[in-house]
Design a protein around this ligand. Structure first.
Ligand SMILES: Nc1ncnc2c1ncn2[C@@H]1O[C@H](COP(=O)(O)OP(=O)(O)OP(=O)(O)O)[C@@H](O)[C@H]1O
Ligand SMILES: Nc1ncnc2c1ncn2[C@@H]1O[C@H](COP(=O)(O)OP(=O)(O)OP(=O)(O)O)[C@@H](O)[C@H]1O
Lengths: 223, 223
């Protein structure tokens, strides 16, 4: 069973600790704020109040035995940096750390972070993408004039299958998969992905994952 | 040109406003904190100090003429809710609003938000996925025993092409695309995606996007 330490139980850290626990990992969740520790007590393997800048406190909780530690401290960069240094000193094999600027990222990497997390920047990049292409939720340039796109199924496709529509023959695009939202969800991501067969019916609200030349994709009906 | 209003210039809002502007949109960035407005002055089309809960202030800045408004206020839920209501009242066609809990999401949707943004939760879900499958950065169940996965190229694949490796013939998997990190980036996402040909060389660090039966994918070399 993978064993993780999540340090800093703000909105990102607490959500991460809970999600990892529900996915079956062993999670020790750490914060110096007792209210936040208490709130997570039944949601993670072990919720502990401690100051992560103290090497002794970390060692006492067995922090050196985890597979990976995630430092989710957001605004207090010095605490974050010192925590990364302590974890490195304890021999934690994999350290993820949150940073808000490129300078902070470089510093944390020099101190020992293996990868940098920036929830707000990552989310801003995705939402900017989605907003700039309202009918295409995600657009990725594949090079050589081809692309893989996610697009909301146009109305003329509803109730039809790839074969009936002639997606390949008539539109020149390849339907790689269909992302269908679980009924209650309106989130930016998630949803079940189906590998469609020649006669899968496309439903309203489906997000189609298509590959084709940029021209073919641009020529698709948009509604 | 798409025209956006971004209200609330915290870490997420400011990053979003800047990214949208760089992608070619017209962006009016709003905050009641003059320091944050000043910091964005040269990075967006127009940076304005105002209180978004005031309908007159919003109208005076032409807020009713935008294509979409993004309410990126994080911690002050009442400001966020009232702002959404004002934007709805002004007839803004598309409103995205930030919420931190399911209850807040439902309230904002009832008031008029078309979609909900939760940067920390979205990031936590992605990172939990990535952490649980260290050699598979993203795993999506395609149903019917097949999956689409992103996996770091195993060492035995380095320097070889799909044809030389016999990905289809020998491993029974289909290489949909290769995600290659731009050299300076260690971010969780991003990176250029190539549609590989039979003799594209796989490089160390490449993330391979593969489709195949769960058994074939599980049998791939892991390093
Ligand atoms: N030295 C430390 N030891 C333990 N916990 C710490 C330490 N320093 C900060 N923290 C905790 O880290 C948590 C997250 O930090 P902070 O609230 O500054 O980030 P944030 O960016 O607002 O988080 P989010 O955006 O995820 O809500 C806080 O709950 C704080 O108590
Ligand atoms: N009524 C309002 N009018 C204009 N700006 C507002 C209003 N209420 C809050 N804001 C601004 O919204 C911004 C973001 O809110 P806040 O700092 O609470 O969120 P946050 O969750 O910490 O943001 P982030 O995680 O993106 O850094 C703040 O800069 C604040 O000044």
């Amino acid at each position: 069973t993978p064993k993780f330490a999540v340090i800093g139980l703000g909105r990102f850290g607490s959500r991460l600790a809970i999600t990892l626990t529900r996915s079956g990992a062993e999670v020790i969740a750490v914060d110096r704020d007792p209210k936040l520790v208490e709130a997570l007590r039944d949601e993670v393997t072990l919720a502990v109040r401690l100051d992560s800048t103290s090497e002794d406190a970390l060692r006492a909780q067995g922090m050196q035995k985890v597979d990976a530690a995630i430092v989710a401290i957001g605004e207090d960069f010095e605490s974050s940096a010192l925590t990364v240094a302590q974890l490195k000193g304890l021999g934690v094999p994999c350290i993820y750390a949150r940073a808000e600027t490129p300078v902070q990222s470089r510093i944390l990497e020099k101190i020992g972070a293996n990868a940098i997390i920036n929830p707000e920047s990552e989310a801003a990049a995705r939402w900017a993408h989605r907003l700039m292409l309202p009918n295409l939720r995600q657009y990725v340039e594949l090079g050589e004039g081809h692309s893989l796109i996610h697009t909301v199924a146009p109305v003329v496709f509803h109730g039809k299958s790839p074969l009936e529509l002639g997606l390949r023959a008539k539109y020149g695009v390849n339907l790689v998969a269909i992302q269908r939202a679980p009924t209650a969800s309106k989130s930016a991501d998630g949803g079940v992905v189906y590998v469609p067969t020649a006669d899968t019916r496309i439903e309203p609200g489906d997000v189609l994952i298509l590959v084709g030349s940029n021209k073919s994709l641009a020529d698709l009906p948009t509604d």
